[in-house]
Ligand binder design. Sequence first.
Ligand SMILES: Nc1ncnc2c1ncn2[C@@H]1O[C@H](COP(=O)(O)OP(=O)(O)OP(=O)(O)O)[C@@H](O)[C@H]1O
Ligand SMILES: [Mg+2]
Length: 417
Amino acid sequence: MGVKKIRCSFCGKEEKDVRKLVFRKDTPNEGVCICDECTMKCMGMLMQEESAKAAAEKETTVSAADMRPSRIKKFLDEHIIGQDRAKVAMSVAIYNHYKRIENIHLDASDDVQLTKGNILMMGPTGCGKTLIAQSIAKLLNVPFTVADATTLTEAGYVGEDVENIIKNLWIASGKNIERTSKGIVCIDEIDKIATRGDKGRDVGGEGVQQALLKMIESGSVTFTPDSAKNRPQQDLIQVDTTNILFIFSGAFNNIGSIVQNRIGVSGLGFHSDPVAKKTDNDVELRRQVETIDVIKFGLIPEFMGRIPVIVTLDELDEDALLDIMWKPKNSILRQYERLFDIDHVKLTVTEDARRAIVKEAIRRKSGARGLRSIFEEVMLDVMYEVPSMENVQEVTIDEGVVLKQHDPALTFYKHAS
Ligand SMILES: Nc1ncnc2c1ncn2[C@@H]1O[C@H](COP(=O)(O)OP(=O)(O)OP(=O)(O)O)[C@@H](O)[C@H]1O
Ligand SMILES: [Mg+2]
């Protein structure tokens, strides 16, 4: 019987062919071992993984030294498709806000105080307003909360008090008052508390605006840390809202006609453009919205006085919706592919099918939000059936499936006989 040759357990090379073989401690000179070459390879793999991880982390934050509007825009580009004008405007607004929160302690003795630039985002449903606000909070690494203006009530009425918004922000901050005071609050559906707008809510709308005013105007908000009422005074939490950034958003349907009236009547507005006089294009008109138009729409002047930045978002077009469907890391299509993948089934959605889904989303006027509900409808039956079928290899969704003309095509694994 010959002497057993000892080889690297990974590459199989013999001891004589490598510089060193490292053995497992408990089995010296036999059993499991690794050679110097494989050790180096493993090191390389580990380092590659580490640097990939570091790069991924870098992708979701921007270092303080690197914080510039162009860098913020690049970050937004990674998350939001289209909406270029809005992303540029937001990048500048956020850059200014960042400078402000970073210099809070420095400018105490300075004559020039940087005032807060709360933002109003205007755009149709499902076009990315909340997504932009969410992405910015991620970028700045500050707590973030979303509230719905329609559920808010004046103090003393049944409904949600505005103080609850700050309480939610405090919870999102990990109950850290210091972090809460630099957070971002997004208040959706702000157009629905307009006082005189076409479709606005009249009753109570102004009351809620007044209540919000107190909160956004630098002041402090006090709330009880839990839902238990009648807690002793010392249990109350107080948050200074001076540096909390408020981002309001809403669809502001028909505001274009208010702009049209202003431009048509005076034509002397600071930003007015004679060409715009002729256009009845709503997109163009919306882009020219000024504070005065929003006040006409029904937000009170004192409230608008605290929101110096107005950003308009456009309706997403066919190409943008198509990109949204599959390009982002967490896109709807990738999510479905993953769901099928878990069952070892390949999901194919043809180009025609994607276009048909986009067309339906446009018809429903629900922006990118519509993509998910249409997908849900298209996929429901097949998602019900496939898990209880055997050997399904691939599911193909084509235009006919989306148009409900036929069922998805299935292919099956062939059994080796
Ligand atoms: N521009 C976009 N780029 C990428 N994804 C988008 C974009 N717009 C919308 N989406 C997708 O649609 C979803 C809904 O968008 P979002 O919540 O931002 O809409 P919204 O403008 O706030 O609408 P609403 O007025 O109804 O609140 C997002 O979670 C995202 O998946
Ligand atoms: Mg929203």
